[in-house]
Design a protein around this ligand. Sequence first.
Ligand code: GAL
Length: 330
Amino acid sequence: MRKRVKYLVWLMAVLLLVGCQQKPKVGFLMDTLTIERWKKDKALFEEKVHELGGIPFVEVADSDPDMQLKQAQKLIDEGIEVLVIIPVDLQKAGEIVKLAHRNYIPVISYDRLIKDCMLDYYIATDNIHIGELQADYLTKIKPKGKYALIGGATTDNNAYLLHLGWMNVLQPFIEKGDIEIVVNEFSRYWLPDEAYQILTAYMSENSDIDAIICGNDALASGAIMALREYEKDGRVLVAGQDADIQAVRNIVSGSQTITIYKPIESLAFAAANAAIKISDGEAPSNMNITVNNGKRLVPAILLQAQVVNRQNIKMTVISEGYLGEKEIYN
Ligand code: GAL
């Protein structure tokens, strides 16, 4: 009898081990968790990888590209079969791609493109279109006036794509002389204080401003802080991105005009799906376009985002379960 029990325990241990070994290990390198949306990306990505039978291995670089390279090595040492990465730095992350390839590990760039390298896949939102949506919305309300552009991090390709989108819409207004760009700056980390500094530097000398387009909601919140100091809160149009809870509250109160809601669930699920397929030795599905990263045409999925204004909060972020009605309105 004791022999039988021993045998069963041994068998269970072996099965458990085999089971674990078969589970694909998926690496997920993140830039930061300081900005609200990334916590959601993380939770959704982990949930989906687990659901698909994989094990996620997550590291957060706290905006340090060298740290991210070390974390890539760590995950490789831990035996990941595929790497999903939100690059801290659009250029330096190319080293991570090389490192992964030396270890036969394919790389999916998540939400941000890695430039000038043999990147395998790119899953993101259409950032030029997001920039166009923001500028389009504000110019419909104010086709004439003084505009401030506060861009995202210079180390992030998205910052440039958004700016391109803004200019696609603004250029004809500028050429007609209807819109003047009075501030045109990028930030270093996409953070509120940077936008606050940029805008106060302008407003300490000029109080004239009609609209501010920001790369994300964190920057928008800094811009609103500056507007408050100059008693302009609610009198200047402000566009952000990410549908952060405070931004949506600011839309309700009238301090912010719009934000952009990215389909983060679809993004995280698409990346998890692709990662598991790759680790199963299959080609990921739905890579239906390619994006030029300067070195190759990277197979990609580009999802669409939508504008959130005061009228459609319920039909967008609430109905999709992204934010709760109570947390917004209480
Ligand atoms: C960008 C992303 C934005 C924003 C920002 C800050 O790459 O497109 O949605 O979250 O990072 O981390």
